[in-house]
Ligand binder design. Structure first.
Ligand code: SF4
Length: 388
């Protein structure tokens, strides 16, 4: 089944490390954006992949079954509940959305209240993912986040009171001046709130990120690589003990609570991205919408295509992507399924490059599956790049 991703590019402030497609909240632009998103969804249903040179989507869209809708950003929780409802309604009109759908809303703790969360729930959202990042106030200040630890904990309580039984928390590790004990403090506080799902990301310092200047000015530094490795392994042990199941390099969940939407990215699935900068992959064709919000809204208003970079992937590229992303899963890659789908014996093609990782205990073979070990996850990228 398809996943539907809806990008919401507005934020109340811009965090000093952020490299996403986002801009400052502007109420008038937001209203035009919501209309544009609804129009894009309707077009997907009526006229196919507007603006792409790929096969027309009209034949598949209305009959296409989708079982996840994911509002990502930016800060989707800056939309009003009635706007979220209209977008979900548009998805239902344009696609055959499964009754047991997963509908996720990314939310920042400072942008919610129990009443707003109840509104989102009534609008059809059944999973909320909070961008917490840390439960230590000094770390949150270093990241220029707008919330503090108490607000994050309160937001989780408000979500429960609003009826959410599927809550995810994002945490970031390897923050400036953070060591293993500081990091584990946040992990423990997250566990104490009993979310169904958690994502643990490494802070990436992209070139020209303002946080780099902040770090230079304040003489903050990141811990050495081996400490970052210890942070990761210690957290995963802690989460194991707390009953979470690590199912992907950066993600853990209670049984039955994996992110169904994100699994499509890792399991060689198809998804359609709506909104500025959103990526789509369907039937081996990949495209991306224009990134700038005004450009996107203007194109939709003029009836012009929003898709750029439309590309039909070669068989080798599809295989490479399937292996690259599949290896992120703890369940690894099913080599028999890959053979059935792509007609390629992975071991025959890549065995010589993979063998050293197997010998070092970073990879393991279990029946038809090839998996990273937990230690292997520390060098996941090195292994995965064999395939692309
Ligand atoms: S809230 Fe998220 S998307 Fe917005 S600026 Fe901060 S990190 Fe970026």
């Amino acid at each position: 089944m398809l996943g539907l991703y809806v990008h919401v590019p507005f934020c109340s402030a811009i965090c000093n490390y952020c490299n996403f497609n986002r801009g400052l909240f502007d109420g008038a632009l937001k209203e035009r954006y919501v209309e544009a998103v609804i129009t894009e969804i309707e077009r997907a249903g009526k006229a196919g992949r507007a603006g792409t040179d790929a096969a027309d989507l009209s034949a598949v869209a209305r009959s296409a079954k989708a079982d996840t809708i994911y509002f990502g950003g930016g800060t989707p929780s800056l939309l009003e509940p009635h706007e979220i409802r209209r977008i979900i309604d548009a998805c239902e009109s344009a696609f055959a959305v499964a009754a047991d759908r997963e509908v996720t809303l990314e939310a920042n703790p400072e942008s919610v209240s129990e009443a707003r969360l109840a509104g989102f729930r009534a609008a059809g959202v059944n999973r909320v993912s909070f961008g917490v990042q840390s439960f230590r106030n000094e770390e949150l200040r270093r990241l220029s986040r707008l919330h503090d630890a108490a607000r994050a904990a309160a937001a989780v309580g408000e979500a429960r009171a609003a009826g959410f039984d599927n809550i995810s928390l994002d945490l970031m590790m390897w923050l400036p001046e953070q060591g293993v004990s500081e990091w584990i403090e946040s992990v423990d506080q997250a566990i104490a709130l009993a979310p169904e799902h958690m994502s643990l990301y490494l802070l990436e310092l992209y070139p020209n990120a303002p946080i780099k200047e902040d770090m230079a000015r304040a003489r903050w530094s990141q811990a050495p690589d081996e400490v970052a490795a210890a942070m990761y392994l210690t957290a995963m042990d802690r989460l194991d003990e707390a009953g979470y199941d690590q199912y992907e390099v950066s993600n853990v969940a209670r049984p039955g609570r994996r992110s169904r939407h994100n699994m499509k990215y890792w399991e060689d699935g198809d998804w359609i991205g709506i909104g500025c900068g959103a990526h789509s992959t369907r039937d081996g064709v990949r495209w991306k919408n224009v990134s700038a919000t005004e450009d996107y809204v203007g194109r939709i208003a003029r009836g012009e295509p929003t898709a750029t970079d439309v590309r039909r992937l070669s068989a080798d590229e599809r295989l490479g992507d399937a292996l690259f992303t599949g290896l992120r899963l703890m369940d690894g890659i099913d080599l028999a399924a890959i053979y059935d789908r792509y007609g390629v014996d992975v071991w025959e093609r890549y065995g010589a490059e993979l063998s050293p990782f197997l010998d070092e205990g970073c990879l393991k073979r279990e029946g038809p599956r090839l998996k990273l070990t937990r230690e292997g996850m520390l060098i996941a990228h090195e292994v995965m790049t064999i395939f692309v």
